[in-house]
Design a protein around this ligand. Structure first.
Ligand SMILES: [Zn+2]
Length: 389
């Protein structure tokens, strides 16, 4: 009789140990899959052009997961070795802090159970991150700072125009160097407190998105229930972000929020991961008219790599969305916004980016346009909109 409770206790401890050590990898293998595929056919012309590109991407949620991004994995979509194989140069790392149960593109309640809380606990994050979304963003930022500290030859964090200049100079001599930037996914990461804008800025955040899948204190989500524009709090937040030279990302925002933000801001906006309605009719994408307004104000529209944005997950579908965007808003306003490691299933990971260059050439996109879309637009945008020092 006495042995039974001890046995159960040992079994429970063993189960907890197994859950915490194997759980995070098990979860990520399930959440960030790549569709099985054979090697993509790539022309010699595409290989040569791709090797000469400076490539940048506006959206990857890689800091959310329990991987050491300096090492290569056989799951997930992004790590430094695979970025080097794909010739990726610049990556915006976006920090997810809250995501509703039964997440969908049509209607999510702000009060829905949050999936990230369980993930944070299973991954063994500090207790202060359990109840604070700001702390979750900061914890992910610290992982990227740590990556830069440990891998100075391969990776640097870019927080200013000065940093970007030095990155470009170093990259010209060392093509394996990667530059990272920090952005939030949804401004519920402020925990309802405007002072946290400065706090996140001080931790290196240079892009903030306003909403994620649900309405928040700043205004309506494209996938929420209110459809509201910016609230008074939202207006104050946007003004503070602009005053600090924080770039504003309106992906996931309601169309009313996008319109209000365009009216409020004289600075260009980003849509960091999206598709175009006219190419892929999806509740995930805002109207083409609004995309044109964003472009007219100097903004950038970054194309995602998953079916919800471009109606398929192949390099061909991504190239088709880019080609459509070039016709709609001009090659100077289209960029890459993969959403890698964002619980999507693309048809390729970052190491296989050359397949997009190949498909763009096949679609008749010119080499100068390919250079712009694949990264030059991002560099130009950062050169203009990052803080000077
Ligand atoms: Zn997203």
């Amino acid at each position: 009789m006495k042995k039974t409770p001890l046995f159960i206790f040992v079994l429970l401890v063993a189960l907890v140990v197994v859950a915490f050590s194997l759980g995070p990898a098990y979860i990520e293998r399930d959440m960030n899959r790549v569709s099985p595929h054979t090697n993509y056919v790539v022309s010699e012309q595409a290989k040569t052009l791709h090797a000469s590109l400076l490539i940048g991407d506006w959206h990857a949620d890689s800091a959310l997961w329990d991987r050491d991004l300096s090492k290569q994995y056989d799951y997930g979509h992004v790590d430094i070795p695979r970025m080097q194989q794909g010739n990726m140069a610049l990556q915006m790392f976006t920090t997810v802090t809250k995501s509703p149960a039964d997440q969908n593109y049509d209607s999510n309640q702000t009060s829905a159970r949050d999936n990230i809380t369980a993930l944070v606990v299973v991954q063994g994050w500090p207790i202060k991150t359990w109840n604070s979304l700001t702390e979750r963003a900061i914890f992910q930022a610290e992982k990227i700072h740590d990556l830069a500290r440990r891998n100075g030859d391969n990776f640097m964090l870019i927080q200013s125009q000065t940093d970007l200049d030095s990155f470009l100079q170093r990259r010209a001599l060392n093509q394996s160097l990667i530059g990272g930037l920090l952005g939030t996914e949804g401004s519920h990461a402020l925990d309802g407190n405007l002072d946290n804008i400065q706090r996140l800025y001080d931790k290196g955040f240079r892009m903030m998105s306003l909403q994620h899948f649900f309405d928040n204190k700043l205004g309506g989500s494209l996938h929420g229930v209110s459809g509201l524009g910016l609230t008074d709090f939202g207006r104050q937040a946007v003004m503070q972000m602009l005053a600090l030279d924080i770039m504003i990302d309106v992906s996931h925002s309601s169309e009313s929020v996008v319109r209000d933000t365009l009216a409020l801001s004289d600075q260009p906006l980003l849509v960091s991961h999206t598709g175009f309605q006219g190419h892929c009719q999806s509740a995930r994408n805002i109207s083409d008219l609004l995309m044109q307004d964003i472009a007219e104000q100097g903004g950038l529209i970054a194309i995602g790599f998953w079916d919800g944005a471009v109606c398929d997950n192949t390099p061909k579908a991504v190239a088709a969305a880019i080609t459509y965007g070039i016709q709609l808003v001009g090659a100077g306003h289209v960029a890459l916004g993969s959403d890698f490691d964002g619980s999507i299933t693309p048809g390729f990971d970052v190491s296989e980016l050359v397949a997009i260059t190949h498909e763009l050439l096949e679609s008749g996109v010119t080499e100068p346009q390919i250079r712009q879309v694949m990264g030059e637009n991002m560099v130009r945008f950062l050169q203009k909109n990052l803080p000077k020092h």
